[in-house]
Design a protein around this ligand. Structure first.
Ligand SMILES: [Zn+2]
Length: 185
């Protein structure tokens, strides 16, 4: 087995000799890397795979992580993980994760954009690490821990299940965590 560092799009083998596996794909007779990491050319199994270098591999199901919402789509929210709660593990590199609409709340969610907004900081639970990181915010302790007003960017304060901007006197809906506002980053 040979090991070397490869980057997305790098040609790592030819399709005649190796099968694509985790971290690789076949294109035009070639096996290309789909992510950055260590290349494993398994001579026996004849598979080419790339193991990501980023420390996301240290994440485990059940871990609690803090993330920033980066995008909201019809069926999911996309976020960047920036810390694992209560653990001395650095999380760097590609830390993108998704929260499916069905895993967002224990209540029925019709519109992801009513629960999370880009820029919100949330606490979420890791429910899947491979091939992509999937998170859940269903339980009361998970959800938005810090958010700012869409209009004036002032921090929102929690009032029951809603968030309020004092300067604008606007109320915004969110799936909030039970300790919203108590966390300092
Ligand atoms: Zn405001």
């Amino acid at each position: 087995m040979t090991k070397k560092t490869v980057f997305p799009g790098d040609e790592v083998a030819v399709a005649e000799e190796y099968m694509p596996a985790e971290g690789t794909y076949e294109y035009d007779g070639k096996i290309l890397a789909s992510l950055a990491g260590d290349l494993d050319l398994d001579q026996e199994e004849k598979v080419a795979k790339v193991t990501p270098k980023n420390p996301l591999v240290v994440l485990r199901n059940g871990d609690s992580v803090f993330c920033r919402i980066t995008d909201v789509r019809a069926s999911m929210a996309i976020c960047e993980i920036f810390a694992a709660e209560g653990k001395d593990r650095d999380i760097t590199g590609d830390t993108s994760a998704t929260i499916h609409i069905s895993k967002l709340s224990s209540d029925y969610v019709q519109d992801v954009g009513r629960e999370f907004r880009p820029g919100d900081l949330i606490r979420a639970k890791v429910i899947q690490t491979k091939p992509s990181v999937q998170l859940s915010t269903q339980e009361p302790h998970f959800g938005v821990v810090k958010a700012s007003c869409r209009k004036c960017r002032a921090p929102l304060s929690v009032h029951g299940k809603a968030l309020k901007c004092e300067p604008c006197e606007r109320v915004e809906n969110r799936k909030v965590a039970d300790d919203y506002g108590d966390i300092n980053f």
